[in-house]
Design a binder for this molecule. Structure first.
Ligand SMILES: NC(=O)c1ccc[n+]([C@@H]2O[C@H](COP(=O)([O-])OP(=O)(O)OC[C@H]3O[C@@H](n4cnc5c(N)ncnc54)[C@H](OP(=O)(O)O)[C@@H]3O)[C@@H](O)[C@H]2O)c1
Length: 365
């Protein structure tokens, strides 16, 4: 039996209440204080993953790091790192041969490298498969909206991150103009220079989010901002937004106020077999996040070395993990957003609003 561990954390109060219903109605400040005192713990055992290609039996351990995104962002770095390390060591002592770092667990410690140095088993952020599936979902959504990427303005928000960096380099190969958005100008400049060397795409950089996305026909967003930074204002009618971030970068107000915009989540995967997570992390049965799926795929392969680590991911690994995913029967789920499937009717509605807008029949917002 091959065994993996996967570290997750609550993405907000709704997750805390789902894990611990008696937290309902409590103030976030109080809950945060309680979480600070809780050690990492094993939340469940994952069974039932079955490859299409091999008979290898695998099992997983979900390890919860009891911290909210704001605590990852605001608490002292060393303290946050030690909490994540404690969870990774727990996964290792509970039999994991490789440990996946979900959500903000992979944002700390040089995108997983510092955790990997302290473990005797393999570590992955899961970011290679996250990139592959985010790209796949973005292309599918653009196609559904009849957009030709070769003529599109595309923005990547969180462009200098582990996920955003590779998405930017891959998109640069196929789009007309690329706008790179993040807060650090110097890191944006370094990335833009790298992309210039790699091909002819027209690239601009912006540290102002609203300015950076205003002209975009397609946006890929993968920040570790704490969520909700893409607001209904300043979005072009008909824009496709692939939101990879957890918690999500796109505010729920976009769903309410901008029916002319198509939002999809990147990185939702159907797992082969009859997977039982034995823990409700808010996804439909049989579905996982791409970063979890990457950890499962490597476990099925018996690949227990470190895999996706650091902010400079290998493009070769993005291609390799997609190939391995297909071999074992993992595939991207249908398009989803705001906890629901994105239906054909929803896409038709966005198109129809866009047509009205172009004919001057509606004032959007
Ligand atoms: N769906 C999935 O399966 C999956 C899997 C793994 C990770 N994720 C999520 O993907 C996101 C990115 O992960 P990562 O490992 O790539 O993180 P990362 O390496 O820390 O990169 C984060 C990026 O966001 C930028 N950023 C942070 N705050 C910002 C803000 N307020 N405005 C604009 N840019 C901002 C950062 O640059 P500056 O600091 O210069 O602004 C950086 O470019 C996270 O939310 C993570 O939870 C999802």
């Amino acid at each position: 039996m091959n065994v993996f561990g996967f570290l997750l954390h609550p993405l907000g109060m709704q997750d805390v209440v789902r894990y611990a219903p008696n937290a309902r109605g409590k103030r976030e400040a109080l809950v945060s204080k309680i979480l600070e005192w809780m050690p990492a713990y094993q939340a469940s055992i994952i069974t039932g993953v079955r490859s299409r290609a091999v008979d290898t039996q695998i099992e997983g351990r979900f390890i919860t790091i009891p911290m909210l995104p704001q605590q990852f962002l605001e608490k002292e770095r060393r303290w946050v790192f030690e909490r994540v390390l404690q969870g990774a060591l727990l996964a290792q002592s509970n039999g994991a041969q490789i440990v996946g770092l979900g959500g903000y667990n992979s944002v700390v410690g040089e995108a997983g490298r510092a955790i990997a140095e302290r473990l005797d088993v393999g570590v992955t952020s899961g970011n290679s498969y996250t990139v592959a599936t985010a790209m796949e979902a973005t292309l599918a959504a653009a196609r559904a909206m009849d957009l030709d990427l070769a003529r599109c303005n595309v923005a990547v928000v969180g462009a200098t991150g582990a996920i955003g960096g590779v998405c930017s380099r891959l998109l640069a190969r196929q789009v007309a103009r690329l706008s790179l958005v993040a807060r650090s100008r110097s890191r944006l400049q370094t990335l833009a220079e790298k992309i210039h060397h790699e091909g002819p795409c027209a690239v601009s950089i912006d540290t102002d989010l609203e300015r950076g996305i205003r002209e975009a026909d397609v946006i890929v967003s993968a920040t570790s901002s704490g969520g909700g930074i893409i607001r209904p204002d300043n979005l072009k009618p008909g824009v496709v937004i692939c939101d990879v971030a957890l918690p999500h970068d796109v505010s729920r107000e976009v769903a309410r106020q901008r029916p002319d915009v198509l939002v999809i989540e990147g990185g939702v995967i159907e797992v082969p077999g009859e997977v039982q997570f034995n823990f409700d992390f808010g996804y439909p049965p049989g579905h996982s996040l791409a970063c979890m799926a990457e950890t499962m795929i490597l476990t099925l392969e018996g690949r227990f070395d470190d895999y996706s680590l650091g902010r400079g991911l290998d493009l070769e690994k993005v291609e390799e993990i997609s190939r391995l995913a297909a071999r074992h029967g993992f595939r991207t789920a249908g398009l989803r957003a705001f906890d629901e499937p994105v239906t054909g009717e929803k896409i038709e509605e966005v198109k129809s609003r866009l047509r009205d807008h172009r004919r001057g029949l509606s004032v959007i917002r």
